[in-house]
Design a binder for this molecule. Structure first.
Ligand code: KG4
Ligand code: ZN
Length: 354
């Protein structure tokens, strides 16, 4: 099964071709035949964040060319495809419309089935493409818009254990980067300067740490960073690095604490000796956080699985793969499927009234 995947929900315009092989007895394998990503960073950088209208226009400008390149790189023609997958939400609605309408146009013109993919499901299932992880597994989904702990029971079957009560982790990284004058996008910039910093120089709070359950909160931490930065006055590069390191350490502590609660909560529903914690979403590309979660997972008897960084940040392969997983189960979507700005992963079967 070979699918084209289209991703346009935020500031990456992306297209990819992915093949899913069924190897019998539930075994499967995925191949990425091509994966092209155009990052709009330069378009948004002057504004210090993603501007939705600029993003939508840039998707319109670049998507056709990227799709042609994805097919070219894969050395395939339209006739070699079994279906078209596109992000149908959640995300910035202008961009989602561009990608979904393009996919519908192709599906109609080439008489191919359409798979309307939830962007979060794309992140959630990537570890199956990269590491062939079987269901069920525990998922820590940490991106620019989401921070969640879920049990992934199957395609379309998610049980949420915890979520953020305010900001997403990636959003906190982006805001802290802005406060420290590190530019945009924030996550990689904070990680880079944090390497030169002393995390112990400043004390920052660890919101919700030690509390029951596995919800997150990051807005208090973000405010504490702002107050700390303001109290320091003019920041030299060492102060910036030390604040970034302290912030990243606080995030690591909180994620480790919340994830270990989730691992305990999920343990009874996980196969013994095959308990896995998968980390996905843009923030999963942070090496310091990976290392910390590796240790935490080990202590709870879980194996940590993190896809390679380029497949953690937004890309077309994750959408093509989620599309292929749905397609393999006969889950395709009609051409009047609408785009959705909001679309929780654990919402159950889609109803447009939701
Ligand atoms: O999954 P993603 O590419 O887009 C969304 O669906 O949101 O995630 C983007 C987020 C941004 O907030 C970005 O700052 C964060 O992931 N991010 C990182 C790192 N790389 C990207 N955060 C921390 N450390 C990183 N190395
Ligand atoms: Zn994403």
């Amino acid at each position: 099964m070979t699918l084209l995947g289209i991703e346009t929900s935020c500031d990456e315009t992306a297209a990819a071709v992915v093949r899913r092989h069924d190897e019998g007895d539930g075994a499967f394998r995925g191949d990425i035949l091509s994966n092209v990503v155009f990052s709009q960073i330069r378009e948004h950088a002057p504004y210090g964040g993603v501007v939705p209208e600029i993003a939508a226009r840039a998707h319109v400008e670049h998507l056709d060319g990227l799709i042609a390149r994805a097919l070219d790189d894969a050395k395939l023609g339209w006739e070699d495809l079994d279906g078209i997958a596109a992000t149908a939400g959640p995300g910035l609605i202008g961009g989602v419309i561009v990608g979904l309408m393009t996919a519908k146009g192709i599906a109609f013109a080439r008489n191919l089935p359409l798979v309307a993919v939830n962007h979060l499901e794309g992140h959630a299932l990537t570890a199956r493409l990269t590491n062939r992880v079987p269901f069920p597994y525990l998922l820590l989904l940490v991106s620019g818009g989401h921070s969640q702990l879920l049990v992934v029971e199957g395609v379309g079957a998610y049980r949420r254990l915890g979520t953020t009560v305010d900001d997403a982790v990636g959003e906190a990284f982006d805001k802290v980067a802005k406060m420290l004058g590190l530019g945009f996008p924030g996550g990689p910039a904070v990680e880079k300067v944090a390497r030169e910093g002393n995390a112990a120089r400043f004390a920052l709070p660890r919101p919700l740490m030690g509390r029951a359950g596995c919800d997150f909160s990051f807005s208090g931490l973000k405010t504490a960073v702002r107050q700390l930065a303001e109290a320091q006055g003019d920041l030299d590069s060492q102060a910036r690095a030390d604040i970034a390191a302290a912030f990243q350490q606080a995030v690591a502590d909180v994620l480790a604490d919340r994830a270990s609660h989730a691992m305990r909560m999920a343990a009874p529903s996980m196969p013994l000796k095959a308990r896995r914690l998968v980390v996905a979403g843009g923030v999963a590309s942070n090496l310091a956080l990976r290392e910390r979660l590796e240790a935490t997972a080990g202590a709870e008897g879980y194996e940590l699985v993190v896809p390679p960084a380029r497949l953690c940040t937004d890309n077309g392969a994750m959408i093509a793969w989620a599309g292929a997983e749905r397609f393999a189960l006969g889950l395709t979507d009609p051409l009047d499927t609408g785009p959705r700005a909001r679309w929780p992963l654990d919402a159950g079967p889609r109803t447009d009234a939701a």
